[in-house]
Design a binder for this molecule. Structure first.
Ligand code: HEC
Length: 105
């Protein structure tokens, strides 16, 4: 799961940079849909709400991939970042500052 998390972070970071450079954004990789079943480093680190929060996250990725205009993509990107933060507030606060920086403003 830690690897998938880093890939998600890098993907959103790259899209933020592309957005700020005026480039077209990349689709979110399909593999990120595996988040709900990813193996954590320690099982007991997951909050009870993990399955619900992980599905909410993958729904934001679908929404992003169904968005086409720059404004829609930006809004969907920022919703995905908020979804990261919702789980991280409960599960793993360490990366929260880095995740906040993924917001496009
Ligand atoms: C449903 C809960 C949940 C969601 C949603 C979530 N995370 Fe995580 N995240 C975790 C947990 C739990 C860990 C610790 C994983 C482990 O060590 O196996 C983690 C770890 C991380 C890490 C540290 C990885 C490392 O190097 O050890 C980063 C960075 C991260 N998440 C970024 C993100 C980003 C970006 C998003 C949104 C795209 C996101 N997370 C969405 C629960 C979540």
């Amino acid at each position: 799961m830690a690897l998938l998390m880093r890939e998600m972070r890098d993907s959103l970071k790259a899209n933020k940079q592309r957005y700020n450079s005026g480039l077209a954004l990349h689709k979110i990789p399909k593999g990120f849909q595996d988040l709900p079943t990813a193996e954590p480093t320690e099982q007991n680190m997951l909050p009870d709400a993990f399955p619900v929060l992980a599905s909410a996250q993958t729904a934001t990725f679908k929404k992003f991939n169904e968005s086409f205009t720059r404004d829609e993509q930006m809004a969907a990107h920022n919703l995905a970042v908020e979804s990261c933060l919702t789980c991280h507030a409960q599960a793993c606060p360490g990366p929260v500052p880095a995740i906040r920086k993924l917001r496009i403003d």
